[in-house]
Each structure stands twice: as structure tokens, then as C-alpha cells.
Design a binder for this molecule. Sequence first.
Ligand SMILES: [Zn+2]
Length: 238
Amino acid sequence: MIRTEIDLQRQGKQQGYLRVPYSHNLGGWANVMIPMTLIAHGTGPTVLVLGGNHGDEYQGQIAIMKLARAISQEQVHGRLILIPSLNFPAALASTRLSPIDGMNLNRAFPGDAEGSVTSQIAHYLTHELFPIADAVIDIHSGGRSMEFVPCSHMHVVSDPMQRQAMLDAMLAWNTEFCFLYTDIAGTGLLPVEAENQGKTVVTTELGGGEAIPANVHRIAHDGLVNVLRHLGCSMAQL
Ligand SMILES: [Zn+2]
């Protein structure tokens, strides 16, 4: 049921929204409007960049918003899709989980087209955005409850070619620390769904504790630009 005025096939830079139907006491036909930027120029990979999967993790949200403003059409080779605050209701509330349905978006995949707002967001990514992406970048941090040493990380996927591509992309973030992991904390994760579709998935834990020191912001911004350069989607010096 999610709609957008953004044409996923059009060349150029577009700014718009994913509109998720949300009927509530003050708006019978209301929508949750999730900001999205799409920049397409020439040939190259499609890279989907996501922040705010958890609403209280600001590092990715800020770095992606900054990139969305700064990058021009000419600086993109292929297609770059930027969603700074994926779980937008949670981002507005500065919470990990959605205040609308109490759900953790990062446990909601593959989603449900007729489910609650969080389930619909997951379903839209699974069926509309992941299939057209070559690489998916999902920027996390510790949020309100944890603080990580800034690092890029990855699941240990079974396919050796995909694993190598993810390893190379993870290292391109150029953090001092990286870690490789297998899941112990539930199912329905965004990166697992993207990996199951064969994508090169890059994830991070960039600090946390509801604070963003300048050095961590630089790691978020510079690392994201580095990975886009590594993937061949942008050669910009931003
Ligand atoms: Zn997170």
C-alpha cells in the first residue's frame, strides 16, 4: 500500500516521500511520510543507503541527510537511493522501536503488505527496493542503550563470492575496527533479507549513547563516501 511520487526509473535528482497509509484518531486517511532522495545518472550500480532503521541511532541519519543535500546528479554513476530515517515515526520520537505499533523494524522482515506501518515498510523494501539494488548499506549505532567502538561489520554469509564482495565493501569504510558475526538475537533482520536476495550488504555500529562526537561523524560521513566510491556509484569528493 506504500506509494511514492519518485519515479525509480527516471534520470536526475528527485526528492520525495514514501507514503505509508496510517489511519488514526486525528487523520482518517493520513500517511506516514518517509523522506527519500533518488539520484540517477548514466550507467553504474544501484546502491540503497539506509539510516534510522532504529530511530535513536542518529549517526547514519545525519550523514545520509548531509549527503542527500550535497551530492549532485553529475557526481553519481548509476543510481543512488537515500532514505535517512527509515523508521520515520521512531526517528521523530527518538526511540529504537516504532511508537505507532511498538515494532522493531530490524526484526520485521520480510514484512507484510497489509500489516502495521513497520511491517509495510519492511515489505516495501523486500519487494520493491532490494530487488533493484546491487548493494544495500544499513547504518546503525548503539542508540540510547549502547555505545560501540565505531566499526563496520558484516554477517558471515555462506556464498563465497558474496562474502568476498561484502568483506571488500566493509573494509572500504576504513574504520579502525571491523567485525564479522552470526546472528544470535532473533530473526527478521533487514541485512539478512537483503543478503538472501544476493546483495552486497554493508552495515555498521558507529558509536552510540545518544552522542555524536565530531570524530564519529567524520567516520560516518567519510566511510559512506568511501564505500560509494568503492562500489563505483560515486567518485565525488564530498
Ligand atoms: Zn540499530
